[in-house]
Design a protein around this ligand. Sequence first.
Ligand code: ATP
Ligand code: MG
Length: 440
Amino acid sequence: MRLSRSLIPTLKEIPAEAQIVSHRLMLRAGMVRQTASGIYAWLPAGLRVLQKISAIVRQEQNAAGVQELLMPTIQSADLWRESGRYDVYGKEMLRITDRHERELLYGPTNEEMITALVRDSVKTYRDLPQSLYHIQWKFRDEGRPRFGVLRGREFLMKDAYSFDLDYEGAVLSYRRMMLAYMRTFQRLGVRAIPMVADTGPIGGDLSHEFHVLAPTGESQVFYDSAFEDLDLNSANLDYENPDDMAAFFQRATNIYAATDEKHDSEAWAKIPADRKREGRGIEVGQIFYFGPKYSQAMGFSLAGPDGSKIIPEMGSYGIGVSRLVGAIIEASHDDAGIIWPDAVAPFSVALLNLKPGDAACDAMCEDIYRQFGDDILYDDRSERAGAKFAEADLMGHPWQIIVGPRGAAAGMVELKRRASGERFELPRAAALAKLQPGAA
Ligand code: ATP
Ligand code: MG
């Protein structure tokens, strides 16, 4: 994309309405604009991040055998009356009446809808297990929308739902999803620790929240630093092998990690002092086993092989896709701006032409720009060099290719790595080779 023709309205001033760094940086880097309280328009650079995160989430869900579908944002109130949640959900639900006086709502979550869809689609116990997900906008009329996209009212969520014939199957689905989440967050370039979480009125111990550590997080979290050394991703784990999933789950949950709601001071006391970590976390995902709660209430049952009645066991699994954009920035920035992990940067590379109009600079930049495809932002504006450097640092592109007149005449460019600040003077071809996927 050419910056001269892009809608990336960066700001020099620090926006007064933004209390935390990710919100400030997202506004300053021209990624989003608020259009109503807790509701954001995603401008081109912001949308690219959202799309890159969504793509990784999607790939890892698919790899775990979860099927993508797309459910609507608008749901009927009657569906929620079936589960009994219409009246108890409270003010967070945005309720709508259509021209025929029918009651609708903007979905805050989709347990009811998916339960009805699967109930009405499967015929025999042989059709189970099923697990399905979508990546769709949600609306929750939060009492205090704040911190930009971290707590919005309209936000993008990946929500998945599993249906199994028995408890054992449901636990397997849960473990698979936990592994898929660990892999997803690792690929996104962010550390998210699974913490034992409150299961609410349903009880049981099968819920985990995934927290990204950041001082601005809303939850108090406690964990054993052994988590930092745990590598759960490299092992050759097969989603289809229940023993693999059990071994993985055992390792992932053996190490102490809990939010304050589930903090166990006795277990905590047993951890060596030098391994205790306490801080703030941002919840970027939650996985939940809740058994037959919705299937039972909504009349979803199947005849088993021996004719007995089976009420499917369910779980639900969310990832806050739009919240992740802010959470990643909270975890990865400096005074100059955002430091994007490679996988989610709006553009992997910024190409800075320090002297547009100079024949050698223009020729070299046009050439690099053409070669690179879609993942490069070409700063072709006639701004001073200092302003270009500052904006590239603010926007946080993992790499900058800097082309000045002296270097261009000699066939050289400067390459800058945003995260480390390292700079390399290289012949053009060597610089581009360094940027090929995997070479970084
Ligand atoms: P919170 O405790 O932060 O209000 P929640 O536990 O109510 O979140 P879930 O129902 O678990 O949220 O939703 C799944 C995921 O969706 C959360 O882990 C979070 O990442 C994201 N999410 C929830 N509410 C919001 C919101 N208001 N804005 C942005 N993301 C959200
Ligand atoms: Mg939650």
